[in-house]
Structure formats: structure tokens, C-alpha cells
Design a protein around this ligand. Structure first.
Ligand code: ZN
Length: 226
């Protein structure tokens, strides 16, 4: 009864729209789930992400679950994942996307899933790396090994938000290091991120992975900015 009373007084809210959740809903309400702006890149639809990375770094597959638009559901989801401790949202999105990739046969396409790392100070402060939470859920659905200790972030540089492409490239260049190179040698890597905008972060992580003799790099993110 106490629990029911608490639910009435402080209902859990949808991390997409902010409305109170029904008992059978978790983290994201059914209405938001039904209206997620899916990219469907994995179904063969032209990937703007692949186009964006073309000529910069070799990438086998470039997938994003959702399109990011300012002021939309996805912005709220990402904000809640990052700043409001909603690991549950990242896990739910990873589960949903994992099943979609599974359905299209992608479980055999990767040897290991690595999240784009955040600096250890930031991870300590936030308590988790949001890309790792999403990646772990993907890995568990696809039954692919996951590791968040192979690729690390060495520099704790400024936020990327207000930088242009060149500034971002300078900001992220040589920021990442692969510390267990034997574990990725000749492997097909699926690199996982929360949101991809210019692709500079992906570019420098992939660069570091190729330096350590991986076979190929693919990318999957929660969202991509148009
Ligand atoms: Zn909602």
C-alpha cells in the first residue's frame, strides 16, 4: 500500500515526454516508444552516418537507432540518460535496438563491442558511461563479448558542444588509447556511442583501433544528428 501511495504521489515519468508512466511501462511510455524516430539504417536504408564518415576512416557498418532532433523525444531521452541517472532508458534502447539488429542477422558480424570511453573522472562523477550501458544491452541481446576496459580516454578535454568540425578533430585527436591490443588484434569491432554529430569522436577512436591492428570497425549509436 505504501508503495502504491508513493507511486501516486511521485509517479515515475517517461524519459521521453515527461508524462507519468503506467504500471506496465518502464522508463519510456508506450506512446513515445511507438513514435521513436528510427533511422532503419540496418535494414539497408541509406545511412547518412556512413556518408558522413566516408573518406575519413574505413567503417564497415554505420548504424544509429534514432534520429536526433532538437527539442524532440530523443533529445529528452539522451538528456535523461546522461544527466538524470536514467540507466534504465539506455538499457531499454539497447535491448530494443539489439533485437532489431538480431532480426537482420547482425549477431555474427562482430567479435567484440567497445563503447566510446569517457574520462575516468567523468565516469566516477556520473557513476557510469552512458554508451557502455547501451553497449552492454546490445551485447547481451546479440550475444557478443563486451569490454569497457580495452579502449580508454586519456584526455579529459572540454565539451564538444560548441566546437566546429576542425576544432572537434583537434580536441579529440590522440585522446583515446587501446590498452589491451592483443584482445582486439584481427577482430571485427562494433564501436558504440550515445550520439554522433560530426563523427570526429568515432574517427579518432577508429583511428586508434586501426593503429592496433583490428580487422574492421563498425559503429552503432543511440542517435545521429541529421
Ligand atoms: Zn513518453
Amino acid at each position: 500500500m505504501f508503495r502504491d501511495l508513493l507511486d501516486i504521489l511521485f509517479p515515475d515519468c517517461c524519459t521521453g515526454c515527461g508524462n507519468a508512466l503506467y504500471k506496465n511501462e518502464q522508463a519510456i511510455c508506450l506512446h513515445c516508444l511507438n513514435n521513436l524516430p528510427r533511422t532503419n539504417f540496418h535494414t539497408g536504408r541509406n545511412s547518412i552516418l556512413l556518408d558522413r564518415l566516408k573518406g575519413r576512416i574505413p567503417v564497415k557498418y554505420a548504424f544509429s537507432f534514432l534520429y536526433f532532433t532538437k527539442g524532440g523525444i530523443v533529445q529528452n531521452l539522451l538528456h535523461n540518460i546522461k544527466y538524470n541517472q536514467s540507466k534504465q532508458t539506455a538499457t531499454l534502447l539497447g535491448n530494443l535496438y539489439g533485437h532489431e539488429l538480431l532480426e537482420y542477422g547482425y549477431s555474427k558480424c562482430f567479435d567484440v563491442i567497445l563503447p566510446v570511453p569517457i574520462h575516468k573522472n567523468k565516469e566516477k562523477k556520473r557513476g557510469y558511461n552512458q554508451s557502455a550501458i547501451f553497449g552492454e544491452a546490445l551485447a547481451s541481446v546479440l550475444q557478443i563479448p563486451f569490454s569497457n576496459r580495452i579502449l580508454i580516454r586519456t584526455k579529459n578535454s572540454d565539451s564538444q558542444t560548441h566546437k566546429n568540425r576542425i576544432e572537434r578533430w583537434i580536441n579529440t585527436h590522440n585522446t583515446y588509447a587501446a590498452v589491451e591490443p592483443d584482445e582486439i588484434k584481427n577482430k571485427k569491432i562494433l564501436l558504440v556511442d550515445d550520439i554522433i554529430t560530426t563523427g570526429a569522436t568515432i574517427e579518432s577512436c577508429a583511428e586508434e583501433l586501426y593503429k592496433n591492428n583490428v580487422l574492421e570497425v563498425s559503429v552503432a549509436s543511440i542517435a545521429v544528428a541529421r
